[in-house]
Design a protein around this ligand. Structure first.
Ligand code: BGC
Length: 743
């Protein structure tokens, strides 16, 4: 028995260890046979095969002109293109099909920002595995996800695709997605390569305007923007994608600092680096390259292996190699990485297959519902208006987001089908029967300003026991190149809310949006507020379960919600400043007879705090946190400390809670944030039940970059909180004692 186990184990190990060496030999042999043109073809990714594949493209595939396609073709086109590449090109090198499988393929999960609100890496991993399975069935090998850009700017349209404002949360959840897409090995059936994007700093676009420049000091870059990418390398992510932005003046597709020094040398990344869409050519627009040839030279020498869409590599690298401006060694290194990825994916060994298409499966819809449920954040619940009481007989469902399948899917859903989406309206009608539901969209879409349907909506509200008002942003208001300067509910939605509130029927507002919005007026008039993001295919059933009390809401905000656009960037892990405002120092409205007082860091016309802090989210039950305890008063190099707290469900319902561990380094050679997230744990508690949650910290968790850009942990005093959000909780103190700053 033991012998058998040992044999199986050693065979598995042998297989794993012999594979890479074998791959390298096969790559050597292939490289030796490739012409420079064929090499440059491998380094080129095209976006269209036309539909169906054009003769010209078929011919190019036979000639080895393209190594990869993105977002191209139907499954049958991909299958045929692959057949041509394998059977009719000189060397039979298979194509690599990349696609934006961002939050699901056929089954749509909540937008990434919504997924982040679930704070549940295990569930996110399962969702990504389903997306991989569906995509790979239809001939996709590689997704351009996860997006690991930390962002503190809800104006930026791509905040929807982000995992929020915090590097630790982004790193944990992004790594879970990578594991879900890639599995234990890229060769596993139903797995695809992930892609860590956009490297780096893209989420800090100035003024939240997409593609805008970013200016990030190196310590902030290393502490905030880079860690999720380093986590991705540790999680074994296959390729990296560069970003569109110029970081400190250098476009991300031409930066040796990021691509060579940090990614390759410091982190030891050996995978493929792909540019973003035409971002190599855009270096000309940036004013960083005089023309396409210089752009190609700068990108390839910085370490971009594959050029997405623009053709500066194919058009210029031959001449650049001949003139010795680019070494053939750097071309070979890039091609080696690309071929290695194809081998790792098993593409060279896969038989030519006919196209297959995805069948929607129950497990996919089940996970989509669970993830959407956990992503819902309860922001307000006066007098327990939620869950809806059984005495509620007549329900008015009002608003442009109540029955809008496309909008509820959010951005990046090119393979989904709106007819498979369950909207809040259809779920409510199924549960309560159409007779008990009065539905009025009231506005044609979220931007509509017409009041034509307002009377019908008011009548429906008057004739009901409760109003569910579904407001927000339609699909096209967030995502790439969809930044906003105002974050209010667009169109006449605020007026609609005011009219409905005036009927006196209790109103629960449910917001479906791609970003944090500012909606104080509406919240003030609502008895309850649920934030639902763009919840995807199963948003309706998820909302129904929460509204009717089948499950308590348990989502927590992955990003601070501002009170006003003027507060942006607003984030919990800010520095204290020399003049911090005290909690009571709220804004004094301009025009008020009171003189603005106090020379502290605040605003005159709005409170300095966020509307809802990072990590915040209510439940139908209540949780009480004990004061945290530390396992030791003093941490030393090489040791660890455990911080724990007891959490009790003091309410009447079962619920899940996400407990969050924060720390603060009180005095350091570089001022440290007032709080930093270092751990979290989602627990389920029945009424009356208590559980101790514990987190272990090592000196590495207390480290930061000093003025010389060294990662250090300095001796001194620290605070630690275990809290329900970033703005509350009590702390415990401990010290780090060491003779040097090294951990
Ligand atoms: C986006 C990427 C995306 C690529 C391919 C670009 O415009 O920035 O995130 O993966 O297009 O669609």
């Amino acid at each position: 028995m033991f012998g058998q186990l040992f044999l199986t184990l050693s065979m598995t190990l042998a297989l794993q260890t012999s594979l890479p060496a074998d791959i390298e030999k096969r790559i050597d042999a292939l490289l030796a046979r490739m012409t420079l043109e064929e090499k440059l073809g491998q380094m080129s990714q095209a976006t269209s095969m036309r539909n169906p594949i054009a003769e010209e493209i078929k011919q190019q595939i036979r000639q080895g002109r393209w190594g990869s396609f993105l977002n191209a073709g139907l499954p049958e086109d991909r299958a045929e293109a692959q057949r041509i590449a394998i059977q009719e090109s000189r060397l039979g090198i298979p194509l690599l099909f990349g696609r934006d499988v961002i939050h699901g393929y056929r089954t749509v999960f909540p937008i990434p920002l919504g997924q982040a609100a679930a704070w549940n890496p295990g569930l996110i991993e399962r969702a990504a595995a389903i997306a991989a399975r569906e995509a790979s069935t239809e001939g996709v090998h590689w997704t351009f996800a996860p997006m690991l850009d930390v962002t503190r700017d809800p104006r930026w349209g791509r905040v929807a695709e982000s995992l929020g404002e915090d590097p630790y949360l982004t790193g944990r959840l992004g790594s879970a997605m990578i594991r879900g897409f890639q599995g234990g090995s890229l060769r596993e059936a139903g797995r695809i390569a992930a892609c860590a994007k956009h490297f780096a700093g893209y989420g800090a676009a100035e003024a939240g305007r997409d593609y805008n420049s970013t200016v990030i000091p190196e310590n902030q870059l290393r502490e905030v923007y880079l860690p999720p990418f380093q986590d991705a390398v540790a999680a074994g992510v296959a390729p990296f994608m560069t970003a569109f932005n110029a970081l400190n003046g250098v476009p991300a597709s031409g930066t040796r600092f990021l691509l060579d020094r940090i990614l390759r040398k410091e982190w030891g990344f050996t995978g493929v680096v792909v540019s973003d869409y035409e971002s190599v050519l855009e270096m000309v627009q940036h004013g960083f390259a005089a023309g396409p040839a210089e752009a190609a030279q700068k990108a390839v020498t910085a370490g971009v292996d594959m050029e997405m869409v623009s053709t500066t590599y194919f058009d210029n690298l031959r001449r650049l190699v001949e003139k010795q401006n680019v070494s053939i060694a750097s071309i070979d290194a890039a091609v080696r990485r690309i071929l290695r990825l194809k081998y790792q994916l098993g593409l060279f060994d896969a038989p030519v297959r006919p196209a297959a298409s995805v069948q929607t499966a129950n497990d996919a819809r089940g996970i989509a519902k669970e993830l959407a449920t956990q992503s819902l954040v309860l922001l307000k619940n006066d007098n327990g208006v939620l869950p809806l009481s059984p005495s509620v007989k007549r329900i008015a469902v009002i608003g442009p987001l109540a029955n809008s399948p496309v909008d509820q899917m959010g951005s990046w859903v090119m393979d989904a089908r709106p007819e498979e989406v369950e909207t809040p309206l259809t779920s409510l009608q199924r549960k309560f029967g159409a007779g008990r539901i009065r539905y009025v969209a009231a506005l044609r879409n979220s931007r509509d300003t017409s009041r034509e349907q307002f009377n019908a909506a008011i009548e429906a509200a008057k004739a009901s026991d409760v109003v569910l008002l579904l407001l927000g942003e339609e699909q096209i208001l967030s995502g790439e190149a969809h930044s906003r300067a105002f974050l209010n509910l667009p169109g006449a939605q605020e007026e609609l809310a005011a009219e409905i509130a005036a009927t006196g029927t209790p109103m629960v507002t449910i917001i479906l949006a791609g970003r944090p919005l500012t909606f104080q007026n509406v919240a003030a008039k609502s008895a309850g507020v649920l934030y639902a993001w763009h919840p995807g295919t199963m948003g309706g059933p998820a909302l129904l379960d929460v509204l009717t009390g089948g499950v308590s809401p348990s989502g927590k905000l992955p990003i601070s919600f501002p009170r006003a656009v003027g507060q942006i960037p607003i984030y919990y892990s800010h520095l204290n400043t020399g003049r911090p405002a005290s909690p009571g120092e709220l804004g004094i409205p301009l025009g008020s007879p009171v003189n603005p007082e106090g020379f502290t860091s605040k605003y005159l016309d709005v409170d300095f705090t966020p509307e809802y802090p990072f990590g915040f989210g209510l439940s139908y039950t209540t949780f009480e946190y004990s004061k945290p305890r530390a396992s030791t008063a003093e941490l030393t190099p090489g040791s660890s400390i455990t911080v724990s707290a007891e959490i009790a469900n003091t309410g009447k319902r079962a619920g899940e809670e996400v407990a969050q561990l924060y720390i603060r380094d009180l005095v350091a050679s570089v001022a440290r944030p007032v709080r930093e997230l270092k751990g979290f744990s989602r627990i389920r508690l029945n009424p009356g039940e208590k559980r101790t949650v514990s987190f272990t910290l090592t000196p590495r968790d207390l480290s930061f970059y000093n003025e010389s850009m060294e990662l250090v942990t300095e001796p001194g005093e620290f605070q630690a909180w275990i809290a329900p959000d970033s703005a509350s909780g009590s702390d415990v103190r401990f010290r780090f004692r060491a003779n040097t700053n090294r951990q």
